[in-house]
Design a protein around this ligand. Structure first.
Ligand code: ADP
Ligand code: ZN
Ligand code: ZN
Length: 733
């Protein structure tokens, strides 16, 4: 009998599905989209089941409006992975599935390629180029953008070139539009496009042979310092995959998706390469998604969300810089792309390679205990030499905007020799606080439990937690004094100070404030490489994925904040930053030096890092984690709750604690910590509290949560607070 009811997962934050009648003329399929009435709206959802019985009386059910797909949205393995994600991360199935679709599909658009318009120069245009465009600035801009090939229409819009400029040029016969359709041609026989590849060293060859010798699922940690040839290993692993007519997926951190990286893959192989990242518009994203699903693309390179791309025939997953924090999504479905990549490889029965110079402690633990294969590259290809590393004890020293005199002297030496100097400070803005010199009053955000950060350039004070901003205050609101002083140092202040200390050198600042405009980071990096600046200041952002051969001195200005943080991962992140910058500074002819300013030069983690290696640091840190019963030795779930009423949030989490502790699965290996106020106890006017659940195994955590969640949902306070679950949280601050 033909089923009469479709069970549909909808993008609503509820842990349930909804039943709809199937009209006679419609044929929904499992895993395909339908549009259905929901309250007064029409929603697009995914059919989960086709049944004949509903818990609701038939006459209360509404019919499906439209069937949108004749084939499932996802291949079976990915569809089942998404179900796993929903269960593991305790996130509603409807929201999980809908979030995993490109937004064009979420909006109900057909799952078909859209032709994209690109512009290119005509021969007449090329002639005109020689003669110039006089005062037609916009026209000249368009023509210069087209000089090196065709450009998508959207890119002109992004660059604030209007369609009318394009039209004028077209009428003059200087440019023409072309329709960009994906090529459905089969991949050429000769997969590799180049012949002058480096000859592999022994470690690389072993790594490649190890992966290739195990058919099916396997998880490999490829641990190798920067420049040791990891990317070369990836390329060599991808080749046989493509030759078997299978596809490859490469994940990179947000900041690592540079044209250089992409080009290395594009130049190496004769197959279409798709790049998926958050900057794509709806059409581009859908096209890229379809190109992977229909096996037009051989290689997909992308950031976190690219992990959930469907493939007809996936043969390998590579997660580069697997320790990078950007792999964890911090809202809605709080998944960790590296962990889900391992699960995906398992379901697809293919290898997954996790590459890093500084593996996450979780990953390293899995490799050291034999759960993952451990491959190492210890030799640097090329000629880079290790840096000299020093801790600089700044106890009792006067700090000039965070800089000690010995560091300033060292900077002078390196700059005088014609080299570049790089300084790290993980705090944006001019100064973390504005304080009254008479009474000590500090300008505080009214909506958050946080101080305003003073931004000198915009002459504003801004809250970095809720984003509110206001003109700078000139008078103390406590005593009326006008003697206000700044407390602490941010990147802006450092920049100002350096201009005073080193007027003869040019300084550039790289942080979230200075790189807000699209493309501005690339421009800045390029001018650094060209040597336009001698002093580089930055937050974490500057460390990742960029090689600066003329930088011979790196200073980490405030190490102590990371050694004594409320977040147990802070020291691990510091170590990763340190190794990263140490690995990228200098070259053979110009050896580099790294200086860490600290009040605690004797700290054991710092010592392990400096005098031994990341591995020693990691082993020391793992010992500490074991003693403290922290991940990877236990598994954490973070309950966060917020509401206007402090008592209510606390009471809700108290009830959650009680629900968990009273649960039959809760045994003496489990522990609940809290409720406690969150590290930022008030944000945007709301009180924030949290509760940590710690279990000894992942499976117990999952069973316990799955079984306790319905009861938690039914708690009277659950409807009055906003609460979320973060499974294996990465950020506890
Ligand atoms: P990683 O990804 O570990 O930073 P890469 O793969 O980018 O390292 O390699 C660093 C540089 O060394 C690149 O220019 C690469 O072409 C080169 N290289 C890699 N492997 C070899 C090798 N076996 N022999 C010579 N050069 C190599
Ligand atoms: Zn605020
Ligand atoms: Zn005052």
């Amino acid at each position: 009998m033909r089923p009469s009811i479709a069970r549909v997962a909808l993008p609503v934050p509820l842990d349930k599905q909804f039943d709809y009648l199937i009209p006679n003329h419609l044929f929904p399929i499992i895993g395909g989209r339908v549009s259905v009435p929901f309250g007064r709206q029409t929603l697009v959802g995914i059919v989960i089941q086709l049944v004949n019985e509903s818990d609701f009386p038939r006459e209360q059910l509404k019919p499906i409006k439209q069937v949108l797909d004749a084939q499932p949205v996802w291949p079976e393995s990915l569809y089942s992975l998404l179900h796993w994600c929903s269960t593991f991360y305790q996130y509603p199935l409807g929201d999980t599935l809908c979030n995993a679709m490109p937004s064009a599909l979420r909006k109900g658009k057909a799952a078909d390629f859209t032709t994209l318009v690109e512009w290119q120069m005509t021969p007449a245009g090329k002639d005109q180029l020689m003669q110039g465009f006089g005062r037609a600035v916009k026209q000249a801009k368009v023509m210069s953008m087209l000089e090196s090939g065709s450009v998508p229409h959207q890119e002109f819009i992004d660059q604030e070139v209007s369609s009318s400029v394009l039209k004028t040029l077209q009428e003059k016969g200087w440019i023409e539009s072309i329709d960009k359709k994906p090529s459905f041609a089969p991949w050429p026989k000769e997969i590799e496009a180049i012949t002058d590849k480096p000859k592999l060293n022994a470690e690389q060859a072993i790594a490649i042979a190890t992966v290739n010798s195990n058919p099916g699922f396997g998880c490999y940690l490829l641990e190798g310092v920067t420049g040791s040839g990891k990317t070369e290993v990836y390329l060599n692993l991808i080749k046989p995959v493509l030759e078997k007519n299978k596809q490859a997926l490469i994940l990179v951190p947000e900041i690592g998706l540079t044209p250089q990286t992409i080009n290395r893959f594009k130049k190496r192989f004769n197959v279409p390469v798709e790049v998926i990242h958050s900057g794509l518009n709806d059409t581009e994203r859908l096209n890229a998604w379809l190109a992977a699903r229909d096996k037009i693309a051989g290689i997909v390179i992308g950031t976190r969300s690219a992990l959930l791309t469907p493939f007809l025939d996936l043969g390998i997953i590579i997660v580069d810089e697997e320790h990078d924090a950007s792999y964890k999504q911090q809202d809605s479905l709080r998944y960790h792309a590296r962990d889900v990549a391992v699960m995906r490889a398992n379901k697809e029965k293919i290898p997954v390679v996790l590459g890093s110079a500084t593996p996450a402690l979780e990953t390293l633990h899995n490799a050291l205990t034999g759960k993952y294969h451990h491959l190492t590259l210890t030799q640097r290809a090329g000629v880079a030499v290790p840096t000299t590393n020093k801790v600089l004890d700044v106890k009792g020293l006067y700090l000039e905007s965070g800089l000690s005199a010995p560091l300033i002297a060292e900077m002078r030496k390196h700059l005088g020799a014609g080299n570049q100097v790089m300084l790290f400070l993980n705090r944006r803005g001019f100064s973390p606080a504005l304080m009254c010199h008479e009474c000590g009053w500090i300008a505080e955000c009214q909506r958050c439990d946080a101080y305003y950060t003073f931004h000198q350039y915009s002459n504003e004070i801004r809250c970095h937690h809720c984003g509110s901003q206001r003109p700078v205050i000139h008078q103390c609101q406590g005593c009326g004094s006008t003697h206000l002083v700044t407390v602490g140092v941010g990147t802006e202040q450092l920049e100002t100070q350096l201009a005073e200390l080193f007027p003869e050198y040019k300084t550039i600042r790289i942080d979230r404030d200075s790189t807000r405009r699209k493309g501005s980071l690339e421009t800045a990096l390029e001018s650094i490489r060209k040597g336009d600046y001698q002093i580089l200041i930055g937050t974490q952002m500057l460390a990742k994925g960029h090689h600066f051969p003329d930088v011979t001195l790196v200073g980490l200005l405030d190490v102590d904040g990371s050694l004594y943080s409320s977040d147990f991962r802070a020291s691990e992140r510091l170590a990763q930053l340190f190794i990263q910058v140490a690995g990228r500074a200098g070259r053979a002819s110009k050896p580099g030096e790294v200086i860490l300013q600290t009040h605690h030069p004797e700290h054991s983690l710092l010592q392990a890092l400096l005098h031994q290696s990341y591995r020693h640091f990691a082993q020391t840190a793992l010992q500490e984690r074991k003693l403290a019963m922290l991940p990877p030795y236990t598994f954490l779930t973070l309950f966060r709750a917020e509401a206007n009423d402090t008592a209510l949030v606390e009471e809700f989490l108290r009830q959650v604690r009680h629900t968990l502790e009273a649960h039959p699965l809760f045994d003496d290996t489990c522990m609940v910590l809290g409720p406690t106020p969150a590290p930022l106890a008030k944000r945007a006017g709301k009180s924030r509290w949290q509760l940590l659940l710690q279990t000894q195994t992942r499976s117990l955590m999952q069973k316990l949560l799955t079984s306790a969640k319905p009861a938690i949902n039914l708690l009277p306070a659950a409807k009055k607070v906003r609460w979320t679950l973060d499974i294996e949280p990465q950020d506890l601050s």
